[in-house]
Design a protein around this ligand. Structure first.
Ligand SMILES: Nc1ncnc2c1ncn2[C@@H]1O[C@H](COP(=O)(O)OP(=O)(O)OP(=O)(O)O)[C@@H](O)[C@H]1O
Ligand SMILES: [Mg+2]
Length: 369
């Protein structure tokens, strides 16, 4: 019972007691006073009904009847002025108590219904808001995909236009260079020309693979073969920057359905990035793990790490902090892994290195082996 209930009960009991006291202590000669006191009983009865519904109304009326009846019998019973109205009053107490209780009970039930409806309404509103948020998120993703695809088309067209003249420039530059004496100062310029054209060619190739990354995802790929190719390709660079590569993958891993060259490109991007952020040495750990239907490949470096607020952005096209970077490496990698039904997780604390984990779904046929 809470405080309010106790206080209300006490008020009702006090009122009944007070009115009864008046009845029992006032002589019956003062009949008009008794007429007033009789009506005072309605106050606790109505309060009982209002506060404690049907049970309260009827209960108070019965208590009042029980307390009041002896007064009529004992004090008025021997008096000629006894009126049948006094007995009738007892009946009316009970009728009023029941009626007030009934009405207040109905109102309470109505209130509860409203409350339930409002709670349900609130829940629906919350759900609706959640769905609206989801919709906004999807819209944002679509907008991003749209931007990417518009950019993909643009870059494909541009790359196409640039590629042919670039091939001619490179050919001409090579002819010029080869016709020069190696000691000639101009030889070095021609060499720079060839090297820079090479770099441009790479950028163009990146653009193209960014524009259409998912061509031909159908072969069965042995990931360890792709990884060891990447290790061979990067060995020299790792030696030069004194980065120790710790390789911890089984020779035969479950097969992945996909494109060997594209996956190799994706892994190469992680390794190159790691080597580039550790020019003064460090450790790159490549770990593989098979868990249920997922193959996880983690590339963990001991480089400078990536601050939390930049972790989303590193996958955006053209986001780069390197002077000679294009910022397409991770964007392409993301697309490749997406096209394989996988995902990339990035964990990093600034100053404590970064870990890129690729999760790829294992070839369905493998599960039956
Ligand atoms: N392992 C890493 N540790 C810290 N920063 C990284 C790491 N990998 C990538 N980054 C950050 O993300 C940026 C984007 O990487 P991304 O590979 O997309 O482009 P890039 O390496 O700058 O250029 P590109 O790969 O096209 O030559 C990098 O410039 C670097 O700032
Ligand atoms: Mg890169």
């Amino acid at each position: 019972m809470n405080r309010q209930t106790v206080i209300r009960l006490l008020i009702i009991v006090a009122l009944i007691l007070a009115v009864s006291m008046l009845h029992y202590t006032t002589t019956i000669q003062k009949a008009h006073f008794h007429d007033i006191f009789r009506r005072l009983y309605y106050i606790p009865i109505v309060l009982g009904g209002l506060w404690f519904t049907l049970r309260g109304g009827l209960g108070t009326a019965i208590v009042v009847s029980v307390v009041y009846a002896p007064h009529i019998l004992l004090q008025w019973g021997h008096h000629p002025g006894i009126d049948v109205a006094q007995y009738l009053e007892i009946l009316v107490y009970n009728v009023i108590g029941t009626l007030t209780g009934f009405l207040s009970q109905r109102e309470l039930a109505q209130k509860m219904r409203y409350l339930k409806t409002s709670i349900r309404l609130e829940e629906s509103y919350e759900k609706l808001r959640g769905q609206a948020d989801q919709l906004l998120e999807i819209e944002e993703q679509l907008r991003r995909a749209d931007r990417l695809s518009a950019m993909g088309e643009l870059s494909a067209g541009m790359a196409h236009e640039i590629r042919n003249p670039l091939a001619s420039i490179k050919g001409t530059a090579e002819i010029l260079r080869d016709g020069m004496d190696r000691r000639d100062k101009k030889y070095e310029f021609a060499q720079i020309l060839v090297r820079e054209v090479d770099r441009l060619e790479n950028v163009v190739r990146d653009f193209l693979s960014f524009a259409r990354p998912d061509g031909g995802v159908h072969e069965e790929v042995q990931i360890s073969a792709a990884l060891s190719d990447v290790l061979i390709l990067t060995r020299q660079q790792a030696l030069k920057s004194q980065v120790e590569i710790r390789y911890d993958c089984q020779t035969t891993l479950p097969l992945i359905t996909g494109n060997f060259e594209h996956l190799k490109q994706a892994f190469l991007n992680f390794v190159l990035n790691a080597l580039q952020v550790m020019p003064k040495g460090g450790v790159l750990t490549i770990q593989c793990e098979v868990n249920q239907r997922i193959l996880r490949i983690a590339f963990a470096d001991t480089g400078p790490g990536i601050p939390k607020e930049l972790q989303e952005r590193v996958f955006n096209p053209f986001y780069t902090t390197r002077q000679e970077g294009t910022g397409l490496g991770l964007a392409i990698t993301h697309r490749i892994i997406d096209a394989h039904g996988g995902r990339i997780k990035l964990e990093s604390q600034p100053g404590e290195g970064a870990t890129f984990t690729v999760e790829l779904p294992i070839d369905k046929r493998e599960e039956n082996l």
